[in-house]
Design a binder for this molecule. Structure first.
Ligand code: HEM
Length: 269
């Protein structure tokens, strides 16, 4: 039988919904189903991994010197205009969605399974997902600290020469300016990673990020139904390689400053 909208229905099939497609109801059903929530956690995770990779590639410009990294930061903040705010809002949205859905899924599965598994095999199957929530919490705490450290510069400042007197003066990170008048992100990172405690905090956080991505990247493929027997091995290797590259790239910046391979442009007396 053909309906008014032209779709063919079986006479005993389910009744047609009284109204047209309801986007809000669809979204609610999607978020309420654990399959839909897992798919969204995976897709937002892909967005976050892409951000982390592009952020790392940008930060690696520190090895090309102050002009390269300061020019790149200037480009992002001043040359792309309102696109920066669109990107920041998008990043915040996917970060919050990823986190909220993962926590809700975790709470729901804990509530549905109040009694511990009796068989060790089943317990083993949940180890990865249990680790994911805790490594995720550490990454959240790291990100909050990281924003306070560099984006809001609440943590500490640096000593740089005053252009008028040549004397070293203490400045907030956000007031560091290079000879072209741009924010001196190079000097900010050198000052930041000259502190041993901060270095340890960043390096430990990068290890947590590695563990999270090592499990997270292959499981996105699994959730989206793309990890069949044939691609199981390559997808697992892809997860390991990407997670390792991010660990090495990010840690290299921190270690290079700490070991003096990347140094301040200013001579300290
Ligand atoms: C050791 C590795 C990292 C270094 C050296 C680093 C460096 C920086 C710097 C210097 C800024 C400020 C940029 C500016 O003011 O122009 C920044 C911002 C930021 N970083 Fe990182 N970062 C690292 C790892 C990460 C990781 C792993 C994440 C996410 C999990 C992350 C998330 C962010 C976010 C969200 C911002 C704010 C971006 C914005 O203001 O639009 N960073 N990072």
């Amino acid at each position: 039988m053909a309906s008014a909208t032209g779709t063919v229905r079986h006479p005993k099939g389910p009744a047609e919904p009284p109204t047209g497609p309801d986007a809000a109801a669809f979204l609610k059903a999607l978020l309420d189903s654990s399959v839909g929530a897992k798919a969204l956690i995976g897709l937002t995770g892909v967005g976050l991994v892409l951000f982390v990779i592009s952020h790392m590639i940008g930060n690696l410009k520190i090895f090309q010197g102050p002009d390269a990294i300061n020019g790149y930061a200037y480009f992002l903040k001043h040359d792309i205009g309102s696109l920066l705010w669109v990107a920041r809002a998008g990043l915040l949205l996917i970060f919050v969605l990823h986190l909220a859905l993962a926590i809700r899924l975790k709470l729901r599965s804990a509530a549905a399974r109040p009694v511990a598994y009796a068989h060790p095999g089943s317990v083993q199957a949940t180890v990865a997902s249990r680790t994911m929530i805790w490594t995720g919490v550490v990454i959240l705490l790291f990100t909050l600290f990281h924003l306070a450290h560099y984006t809001f510069a609440w943590v500490k400042g640096a000593h740089v020469p005053d252009p008028a007197t040549g004397q070293l003066v203490y400045k907030n990170y956000l007031d560091l300016v290079d000879h072209k008048g741009r924010h001196d992100v190079y000097e900010m990172m050198v000052a930041g990673f000259s502190n041993g405690y901060i270095v340890v905090l960043y390096l430990v956080s990068q290890v947590f990020l590695f563990v999270h991505l090592r499990h997270g990247i292959p499981s996105v493929f699994q959730t989206l139904g793309l990890k069949n027997a044939r691609f199981h091995g390559p997808i697992d290797i892809l997860g390991l390689v990407l997670a390792l590259l991010i660990l090495i790239g990010n840690s290299a910046i921190v270690v290079a400053v700490q070991l003096g391979w990347v140094q301040s442009q200013y001579k300290t007396p």
